[in-house]
Design a protein around this ligand. Structure first.
Ligand SMILES: CC(C)(COP(=O)(O)OP(=O)(O)OC[C@H]1O[C@@H](n2cnc3c(N)ncnc32)[C@H](O)[C@@H]1OP(=O)(O)O)[C@@H](O)C(=O)NCCC(=O)NCCS
Length: 164
């Protein structure tokens, strides 16, 4: 299996929307329970490209099977902050692709953001392991902050600081 990892392009929006929908419908990893309509994903991708946000995709034989994005905050005084989201199709997990995807995205983000932050559910041990391996540090826990189909979950906040 040859996996390509590269910055997202506008023509990837449909594939991105498809894999986002797959992960969202699992209902245990993301806040979304389904992908937004395709035009919203198109706008999201267009905006990320225009704003030079760090948005990468993983492709298997040209098909998008994962994404990692870091989007800049719009809040005054927090423009140096990006928030990270990512996911892989179930068929492509546990093969080291997540590590490659986050490493490529962080290399891009390192020269554009001072702080990259994320939320991860307490039950998601695999994602936490990946984020720790990618130099994110646990900053705090919002206890019983979300009700998922696997019960009330704490939300962990993690962040990585870059020296820019
Ligand atoms: C989280 C995700 C991106 C990780 O990508 P991946 O390719 O599956 O993970 P990798 O193969 O790169 O492995 C990540 C690390 O987790 C570890 N790991 C795997 N399963 C684990 C588990 N159940 N508990 C703890 N650690 C685990 C791996 O050993 C690896 O650590 P290492 O690099 O020190 O060996 C991917 O599994 C995914 O998309 N999951 C569903 C969506 C999701 O959770 N998104 C993030 C929301 S915050």
């Amino acid at each position: 299996m040859t996996i390509e990892i590269r910055p997202i392009r506008l023509e990837d929006a449909e594939g991105y929307n498809r894999v986002l929908d797959l992960v969202a419908r699992e209902e245990v990893y993301l806040r979304l329970i389904k992908a937004p309509p395709l035009p919203a994903s198109l706008d999201f991708v267009r905006n990320n490209i225009a704003r030079d946000n760090s948005h990468f995709v993983a492709l298997d034989q040209g098909e998008v099977i994962g994404w990692c994005d870091v989007c800049r905050s719009d809040e005054r005084g927090s423009e140096h902050v990006g928030s990270l989201g990512m996911g892989l199709a179930p068929s492509h997990r546990d093969q080291g692709i997540g590590r490659r995807l986050i490493d490529a995205t962080m290399e891009h983000a390192a020269t554009r953001f001072r702080r990259v932050e994320l939320d991860v559910y307490e039950s998601n041990h695999r994602a936490q392991a990946l984020y720790r391996a990618a130099s994110f540090e646990h900053e705090g826990t919002r206890r019983a902050a979300i009700l998922l189909k696997n019960g009330y979950q704490d939300i962990l906040t993690m962040a990585r600081i870059f020296e820019i």
